[in-house]
Design a protein. Structure first.
Length: 569
C-alpha cells in the first residue's frame, strides 16, 4: 500500500480543498535531508575553471563534469572530477590543476589516487563518461576537452593507460581546436562493442572570437564573454568501435551531421521509442535541441522538432545544458527533463510513445522557477517510494553578476522537486536540507549511492570552488533494489540494458543502464529502484543482444548482480 502521506496529498489534489503544494509539503515534512559532507570525506581539491571575478572568453564559463565510477570493481563508488585551467596564468610547480580520482575507503572518506592511477592530466577538461569498450571486465574512462580528448584504458590493477592516439578518438581539430563537451558510450549497432558519441559546442579560437572589451556583448548592462550566437558551431561526433582497440569516425555516414542544431552540451542516450535500439538526445545551447532516432541500420534520423523536444512550449530555442530521463508518470515511456538559462524554466517533456513528446513543464509544476540558471540534472527517487523525483544544480554563467539582484546571483542553490505520483511535482527545495540550500556556482552533477545505504547521493562539480558531496539521509525507511548488469553477448558494462522491476502488489517500474547524462557527467551504472513498503520484486532484464532474463521475488534492500543469460563470471 502506498505511503499514507502521499495518498493524503493526492486525495487533497482531487478534492475541493486546494492548497499550494509547498504548504502541503511543509505541513507534512520532507522525509529526507541532503547534507554536504565533502570536507569530511576528504574532497578538498579546488576545481579550477576560468577567471574567478571576470571572464574574457565563453570557454571560461561552462565548467566541467564529474563521475560516480567504481573503477576497481569493489562494489563501492569512487569519484572522478574533471578539472579545467585558466588563460594567461602560471601555476606554481606541483599545484597545476589536473583531473582527480578519489578511491572510496568504504567508511565515508576518500583517498586521492590520481597520480598513482596515471590520470593527472591538465588542460581545459569538459565532460566524462565510462564504459568497458574492450569488454575485459573493467570500465574504461573517456574525458572530453577543448582540444584533444582522452581515452583511458582501465588496466584492472588501479592504473590506467592513455590509449587516445591509438584509439583514434582525440578529435582535437588541429590548429582550430574543437570544443568537445558531453559524451556517452553506447552500442548503437548492437554488436556487443561499445561505440562513443561526443557532442561539440563551437570551434573555438581565442585569437578570433570577440571579447568584452569590444562592448558588443552585454548581459543586463554588464560587459561579459561573447557567445555562442554568431560563433561557428561545432559538429557532434559518432565513433564506431571496430573491436581492435580502434574507433572510426562515422558521424557523416551515420547521419549525425544532418541536423539544424549545434552548440551541443548535455548528452543522453536512451531507447525513447521502446524499439530496443538506443537513441541520442543532445541539449543544445541557444538553438533547437537534437533527437537522433536510431534507424537500426547504422544510421540516425534527427527528429527533435517533429517529436516536440526541440523548443520551448511557445516554439522558441532555449539554452539547454543538462538532461536526464525517467518514467516519471508510470506509463512505461521514458520522459525527459532539461535545464536551461536564467529567465527561462527547465523543460519537462512527457513521452507519449511513438516518438511524440508533450511539454508538461507548467502543468507538472516546474514552470514556477525562472530565476535559476540550470546545469546538472537528474531524476532520482530520493525517498524510495517508486516515483522518480528531480534535482537540478544551478549557478550563473557570468561571474560578473556577483551577488547582485540579477536573478539569483552567481552562486545559486539547487532546486528539488518531489514527484506527487499524479503527474505533478512539488518544489520542496526549502525542506531539502543544507546541501540543497548552500549556494555555489554549480555545473556538472552525478547521482549514485556512495555509502551503499540504499538511497541516492549527489556529487556536484563547481567553478573555482570545492566540490560538493550531498549525502542523502532518509528518515523514512522505504525498501529498494539496485541491479548491476554484466553483459556476455551484450557489452560487458550492460550499457543500454533495460530493466523492469515490479514490486509486490506494485506497478511496473522501468530504467536503463546509461553512460553519460546530466551535464557532462556520469551516474552510477547500477540501476536503482525504490520499492516503497514492498519486501521483494520481480525483475525482467532486456539486454541489447535480445536476451531476456527474469528473476522472481528478489528480496529488497540489496545489490543484485545479474549476468546475461545466467552465464559468465
Amino acid at each position: 500500500m502506498r505511503s499514507s502521506r502521499r495518498f493524503f496529498l493526492q486525495s487533497l489534489s482531487r478534492s475541493a480543498l486546494v492548497l499550494p503544494f509547498e504548504e502541503l509539503i511543509r505541513g507534512a515534512g520532507l522525509p529526507v535531508t541532503f547534507v554536504n559532507v565533502a570536507r569530511e570525506a576528504g574532497l578538498k581539491v579546488k576545481i579550477v575553471f576560468g577567471g574567478e571575478k571576470r571572464n574574457r572568453y565563453l570557454l571560461e564559463t561552462t565548467g566541467c563534469g564529474v563521475a560516480f565510477y567504481d573503477y576497481d570493481n569493489d562494489g563501492w563508488l569512487d569519484l572522478f572530477f574533471v578539472n579545467g585551467s585558466r588563460f594567461n596564468t602560471s601555476f606554481p610547480k606541483g599545484s597545476e590543476p589536473t583531473n582527480r580520482l578519489f578511491r572510496n575507503n568504504r567508511d565515508g572518506t576518500f583517498t586521492d589516487v590520481t597520480v598513482k592511477a596515471g590520470l593527472a592530466r591538465g588542460g581545459w577538461g569538459q565532460g566524462c563518461c565510462i564504459g568497458d569498450y574492450d569488454n575485459d571486465g573493467f570500465d574504461d574512462l573517456f574525458v572530453s576537452y577543448w582540444g584533444d580528448n582522452a581515452l583511458y584504458h582501465n588496466n584492472g590493477d588501479g592504473t590506467f593507460s592513455d590509449v587516445s592516439a591509438k584509439a583514434g578518438i582525440t578529435a582535437g581539430g588541429g590548429k582550430l581546436k574543437r570544443w568537445n563537451t558531453g559524451c556517452a558510450f553506447l552500442d548503437y549497432d548492437r554488436d556487443g562493442k561499445l561505440d562513443l558519441f561526443v557532442a561539440n559546442y563551437i570551434d573555438f579560437d581565442p585569437k578570433t572570437v570577440p571579447t568584452p572589451e569590444g562592448g558588443t556583448c552585454l548581459y543586463k548592462g554588464l560587459r561579459v564573454a561573447c557567445g555562442p550566437p554568431g560563433l561557428q558551431g561545432g559538429r557532434n561526433i559518432l565513433f564506431h568501435n571496430d573491436g581492435d582497440g580502434v574507433f572510426t569516425d562515422v558521424s557523416e555516414k551515420a547521419g549525425i551531421w544532418n541536423t539544424p542544431g549545434t552548440y551541443g552540451l548535455g548528452v543522453l542516450v536512451s531507447d525513447f521509442d521502446n524499439d530496443g535500439w538506443p537513441d541520442i538526445y543532445v541539449a543544445n545551447d541557444s538553438t533547437s535541441s537534437a533527437l537522433y532516432k536510431n534507424n537500426h541500420d547504422g544510421t540516425f534520423s534527427e527528429i527533435a522538432i517533429e517529436s516536440g523536444v526541440a523548443y520551448s512550449p511557445d516554439g522558441k530555442p532555449q539554452a539547454g545544458m543538462g538532461v536526464s530521463a525517467a518514467d516519471y508518470d508510470g506509463d512505461g515511456n521514458l520522459d525527459l527533463v532539461k535545464t536551461n538559462f536564467a529567465g527561462d524554466t527547465s523543460s519537462l517533456y512527457r513521452n507519449l510513445g511513438n516518438n511524440v513528446f508533450d511539454d508538461q513543464t507548467f502543468q507538472a509544476g516546474l514552470g514556477r522557477n525562472t530565476r535559476f540558471l540550470g546545469w546538472g540534472a537528474g531524476f532520482l527517487d530520493f525517498d524510495n517510494d517508486g516515483w522518480p523525483d528531480i534535482l537540478l544544480c544551478n549557478g550563473h554563467v557570468y561571474p560578473e553578476v556577483g551577488e547582485t539582484d540579477l536573478e539569483s546571483g552567481y552562486r545559486q542553490r539547487k532546486v528539488l522537486y518531489r514527484n506527487l505520483g499524479n503527474g505533478k511535482f512539488a518544489d520542496v527545495s526549502l525542506e531539502g536540507g543544507p546541501g540543497i540550500l548552500e549556494t555555489v556556482p554549480a555545473r556538472g552533477c552525478a547521482f549514485g549511492d556512495f555509502d551503499n545505504d540504499g538511497d541516492i547521493d549527489v556529487v556536484v562539480s563547481t567553478i573555482n570552488d570545492l566540490p560538493q558531496l550531498l549525502r542523502c539521509d532518509a528518515a523514512v525507511k522505504n525498501n529498494w533494489l539496485k541491479v548491476k548488469c554484466v553483459g556476455v553477448k551484450s557489452n560487458r558494462s550492460g550499457i543500454g540494458t533495460r530493466v523492469y522491476c515490479t514490486p509486490a502488489r506494485g506497478r511496473r517500474l522501468v530504467e536503463e543502464v546509461r553512460s553519460g547524462g546530466s551535464y557532462l557527467s556520469q551516474n552510477d551504472l547500477r540501476v536503482h529502484f525504490g520499492l516503497g513498503a514492498a519486501p521483494a520484486a520481480d525483475l525482467e532484464i532486456h539486454w541489447t543482444s535480445g536476451q531476456i532474463d527474469r528473476l522472481r521475488e528478489v528480496k529488497a534492500n540489496q545489490v543484485v548482480r545479474v549476468v546475461e543469460g545466467g552465464a559468465g563470471p
